[in-house]
Design a protein around this ligand. Structure first.
Ligand code: FAD
Ligand code: NDP
Length: 420
């Protein structure tokens, strides 16, 4: 798609996955236009080793790179390492911390999110967001005997499994671990793995508790009344979209979670301002088996799609919603298990009108499917199940599976053959 007359300049704010993908895609669409990528970080985040696992599932690595790598790959992208101080959307202009100003024809905001800490401004409460905060955490951890992790989502799950040589107290509100990804059954499957690998370390550390009590730098009182001393605590309690302070003074429509509302063309409520990634909240009518979660994959897909929408709008077209928003699909690793989440994997929004089917072999695999009116609506696959592609198809094509009953999860039946 190439323009006959200039449609730029395009400006993208944010050097994370959403911003970089958006800038790359704009550069491909408009090789003769200047694409300005503005980022407050000294490095950008690039997608490497991209692999399309199936129709919607994708896997890739996230690599921090100097901005020159991007500029060398795309000569029409210029990266500016400075924070945006103020957006003046009526003037189509952004003002920078370094004193410069940049005018845009179309702008995409990809400034991410920041940790939602349980207590702001306390040196003993750490949040993990980027390389700097991760390095600060590593530094503090080296000196620590006991830390507390608060929260029950992705970061907490990763930390409790990875941390060694330090006692960890994990404070969660829920009855089961990993509430943002798992139901109680999957949580139990994972808990047994955690306990089998971490029990020795726990017992060894328990002995030391009493000898050093009263010596802790910080004490934490939980809502159940228990007070624990520790060296510091990690608040792994979610993120909040990064809309302050540089967007102040503009009349953006914000969603309940604080994100910039975007429509099915990734447009915010202000003219020529688009948004993608953690900063935005999808406010279109979603497919029945898709939901937004602030994840790398969605940052990449939104950044890519926002660029396509900006390009189309610049040329006076509109485009159909990208296929990646048809089905929620996430592949990751927890406790060294491959984890695949598809569609309404936790029956989100289905109320009581659904059924679950389970297959579990302790220490090996956990398979759960969510069924509604004989159709597959979602699935959780833990371990090397090899079911992701078939289940992805079954969710996408909404085939009536009533007649198959329990055979769907029978390990002796080759389900792939069945539906070929
Ligand atoms: C510790 C941790 C581990 C995670 N692990 C996973 C995982 O395993 N899998 C997964 O799918 N997701 C994971 N996530 C979530 C994932 O990182 C985010 O969903 C994703 O990175 C969001 O990308 P983004 O481009 O929207 O924002 P970000 O990556 O946050 O990028 C935002 C960019 O905006 C820039 N910026 C901010 N303000 C300004 C300003 N005023 N001016 C200029 N630039 C600005 C920043 O410098 C940054 O470059 C993890 C998150 C955390 C915190
Ligand atoms: N492998 C992966 O896919 C990974 C993904 N991520 C992503 O990165 C982002 C940030 O991760 P993370 O910070 O773990 O956020 P998440 O949103 O995943 O989890 C936040 C957790 O903190 C809990 N919580 C919130 N407030 C409190 C409180 N006051 N006291 C105790 N618990 C509280 C929440 O419970 P409740 O839900 O009940 O409010 C929830 O369990 C997320 O988008 C996450 O999905 C991060 C790491 C790995």
């Amino acid at each position: 798609m190439e323009a006959a007359r200039s449609v730029g300049p395009f400006v993208v704010v944010g050097g994370g996955i959403a911003g970089v993908t958006c800038a790359e895609q704009l550069a491909v669409n408009f090789p003769a236009e200047d694409i300005l990528l503005i980022t407050a970080s000294p490095v950008i985040k690039a997608v490497t080793n991209f692999k399309q696992v199936s129709k919607v599932l994708e896997e890739f690595d996230v690599e921090e790179q100097p901005s020159t790598v991007l500029e060398n790959r795309f000569p029409n992208i210029k990266v500016i390492e400075s924070a945006v101080k103020q957006l003046k959307s009526e003037e189509h202009c952004i003002f920078m911390e370094d004193g410069h100003r940049h005018v845009y024809k179309k702008l995409c905001l990809c400034a991410g999110a920041k940790p939602k800490l349980i207590c702001e401004g306390n040196p003993y409460v750490l949040g993990i967001r980027d390389t700097d905060s991760a390095q600060e955490f590593q530094k503090q951890l080296k000196k620590a005997k006991r830390i507390m992790i608060v929260g029950n989502g992705g970061i907490a799950l990763e930390l409790v499994y990875e941390i060694q040589g330090c006692e960890v107290i994990w404070a969660i509100k829920d009855k089961a671990i990993g509430n943002t990804f798992f139901d109680a059954g999957a949580a139990e499957f994972l808990t047994s793995k955690l306990m089998s690998e971490k029990s020795e370390a726990k017992i060894a550390h328990r002995r030391t508790i009493y000898t050093i009590e009263e010596m802790w730098p910080v004490y934490v009182e939980l809502t159940n009344g228990t007070i624990y001393g520790c060296d510091f605590l990690v608040s792994a309690t979610g993120v909040t979209p990064n809309v302050h302070p540089f967007l102040h003074g503009n009349n953006f429509d914000l969603a309940e979670d604080g994100g910039l509302k975007v429509d099915d063309q990734m447009r915010t409520s202000l003219p020529d301002v688009y948004a993608a990634g953690d900063i935005c909240t999808a406010c279109w009518q979603p497919s029945p088996v898709w939901q937004q979660m602030r994840l790398w994959t969605q940052a990449r897909q939104m950044g890519w799609y926002a660029a396509k929408c900006m390009a189309a709008a610049s040329l006076g077209h509109s485009i159909d919603m990208d296929f990646s928003f048809e089905l929620f699909a996430h592949v990751t690793k927890f406790f060294n298990y491959k984890v695949v989440l598809l569609g309404k994997y936790n029956a989100q929004g289905l109320g009581s009108d659904h059924e679950l089917m389970l297959r579990c072999t302790r220490g090996q695999e956990y398979v759960k499917v969510v069924m509604q009116n004989g159709r597959m609506m979602g699935a959780v696959l833990i371990g090397e199940t090899d079911l992701e592609e078939t289940f992805e198809n079954l969710i996408l094509n909404q085939m009536d599976l009533s007649s198959y009953g329990e055979d769907l999860l029978d390990p002796n039946i080759d389900i792939e053959d069945y539906f070929d």
